[in-house]
Design a binder for this molecule. Structure first.
Ligand SMILES: [Zn+2]
Ligand SMILES: [Zn+2]
Length: 122
């Protein structure tokens, strides 16, 4: 079994988990290291993610937790401050404060207006 691992691009941790479970993980599965130490392959440090997308979400939560102490919070795309998602507007995969979006749009509009004034004065 360990012989088969050689030459294959599989996470070492995936092989360890498969050995523990006694079966193969689904294709695309990624093993996350709870303490973020990739070399720490202790059983209690390994969590199976069904795919890389879920793994990215977990890392996003860790990042949020480190930044603001709350794993559920999301960063605002405009001011980059972490906030409770209930205070943010969700747009696809990005989040922002209503206030920041308004300010951003006002700024954008103002620069567009300046442009128009500039062009009409030519
Ligand atoms: Zn990870
Ligand atoms: Zn903001």
């Amino acid at each position: 079994m360990w012989q088969q691992a050689k030459g294959q691009k599989k996470q070492r941790a995936v092989w360890i988990v498969e050995t523990i479970l006694g079966k193969s993980l689904p294709k695309g599965a990624v093993v996350h290291h709870v303490n973020e130490d990739e070399s720490d392959d202790r059983k209690e440090n390994l969590v199976v993610c069904q795919d890389q997308g879920l793994h990215n979400i977990i890392h996003g939560r860790i990042k949020a937790f480190k930044a603001c102490g709350n794993a559920r919070w999301k960063p605002c795309r405009h001011c980059h401050q972490y906030s409770d998602p209930s205070l943010l507007i969700k747009n696809g995969s990005s989040h922002y404060h209503q206030k920041c979006a308004t300010e951003y749009q006002r700024h954008f509009k103002r620069s567009r207006q300046d442009e128009n004034i500039y062009q009409s004065s030519l």
